[in-house]
Design a protein around this ligand. Sequence first.
Ligand code: G3P
Length: 219
Amino acid sequence: MKFFVDTGNLKEIQNLVPLGIVDGVTTNPSLLAKESGDVRLLLKQICETVQGPVSAEVVATDAAGMVREGRELAAIDRHIVVKVPFTREGVKACRTLTGEGLRVNVTLVFSATQALIAAKVGATYVSPFVGRLDDIATSGMDLIRQIVEIYENYGFTTEVLVASVRHPMHVVEAARMGADVCTCPAAVIEALFKHPLTDIGLERFLKDWETAQASRVTG
Ligand code: G3P
């Protein structure tokens, strides 16, 4: 399973990339609105840092506008993936953009029927929002299971990109279900590393080693 970082913050990305586990980045208008400076320059810097797919979202709501913005975003860097919302206009724009050879991430997906349609119009990625479904007492991960099953049934190549991830259990379940990508906030990626027994075990190893070294010197 690929790990993307769900952020528009360059420092967070620069901090995580050296770990060697970051395959890409997803942004959205809310995330980019938190950052200062020129958005195009920021996206370029993110692409150069991650050297993998970077989703950048259109803000137009009509298909023609989405296509125009999508082309402009794609011109920023070869790593840009154009993100379009799942609407009737977004679906039309997705078909046009993929027809031109651009990669498209269809976002704001909350049902299996939406995911099926996104695959039919050639989306590179489909982004179901699991956390926001959990927020309304509907299982986000059940939706991922359904989409993975449907895509397998028909051999769709659209990758299932689990989005709106809130905690490590979303990541574990996504991996068990065979989702292609999990996009996580930096804090969730940090949490994937943590286990108290690792910390306790390392502390004991180092203490035992120091004790043995000290007794060799004094003995
Ligand atoms: O990038 C889209 C998605 O991951 C947003 O997550 O936490 O705002 O629901 P959230």
